[in-house]
Design a protein around this ligand. Structure first.
Ligand code: ADP
Ligand code: MG
Length: 238
């Protein structure tokens, strides 16, 4: 079993089926992209994995352990959203260390983990600033830093770059791929952007209407789309 498995997952909100039968094995250390049009269930599946929603049906395994009922903070997942609300009255260092503080990690160890994460993200010189003294890109790095200090088994990114301008987005894509190479941690990255999916993913899961239409390497999806939907969304022109 890989880093994370989903078996027979369904999610309903009232009478509406949003996730409609997903089975997925996420490999240890891979950068897996969930791509698909708006409303196809990408965020919902990520929230199920993070423990922010309950399963209607199906099972989640993280590191081989069934995790459906494990508290979000104890799952070994860390999520980064597109709207990364930092605590405005805290410095960057305090923002990054806050989850560790809540978890009772001693101050010295906290500071060490924050400094290490800041080095990886190249924001060491920003640790004393408050969020209003940062640019959009710097804030997003701090949000990623908050996830890194928790040393998660799996990072969950939900369209983390969509609030950034185009040039910065390209830059941050490269930074995230560098981060993945450096940390070697399993990452699941949600986007509705085909280019982002094709350039970042080790593998890509193409979502449509609460199901995965196809899962594979970018080139495989491009050259051998499983159906019309995948062909239209990602594939080579026919
Ligand atoms: P995506 O991230 O792919 O854009 P979402 O997972 O956010 O899609 O949403 C999938 C569908 O589920 C949408 O139709 C959305 O309106 C619906 N949905 C999401 N969350 C809720 C909720 N809490 N209650 C009711 N419907 C929801
Ligand atoms: Mg979404």
């Amino acid at each position: 079993m890989g880093a994370l498995s989903l078996r027979g997952v369904h999610k309903r909100f009232g009478a509406v089926s949003v996730i409609r039968g997903i089975d997925l094995e996420v490999n240890d250390g891979e950068f897996l992209v969930f791509v698909g049009p708006s409303g196809c269930g990408k965020s919902t599946l990520l929230r199920l994995i993070a423990g922010l929603e309950d399963f209607s049906e199906g099972d989640l395994f993280i590191d081989g352990q069934r995790a459906n009922e494990v508290r979000p903070a104890d799952r070994g997942t860390a999520m980064v959203f597109q709207s990364y609300a930092l605590y405005p009255h805290m410095t960057v260092a305090e923002n990054m260390g806050f989850a560790l503080k809540m978890a009772g990690v001693p101050r010295a160890q906290r500071e060490q983990q924050v400094q290490r994460a800041a080095e990886v993200l190249r924001i060491s010189e920003l640790l004393g600033r408050t969020p209003k003294e940062l640019s959009g890109g710097q804030r997003q790095r701090v949000a990623i830093g908050r996830a890194i200090v928790r040393k998660p088994k799996v990072f969950l990114f939900d369209e983390p770059l969509s609030n950034l301008d185009a040039a910065l987005r390209v830059n941050m894509r490269i930074e995230l791929m560098r981060l993945h190479a450096e940390l070697g941690t399993t990452m699941i990255y949600v986007t509705h952007d085909q280019v982002e999916a094709m350039t970042m993913g080790t593998r890509i899961a193409v979502f449509n209407g609460g199901r995965i239409e196809q899962l594979g390497a970018p080139l495989t999806l491009y050259e051998q789309p499983a159906n019309e939907f995948v062909a239209g969304f990602l594939g080579a022109p026919r």
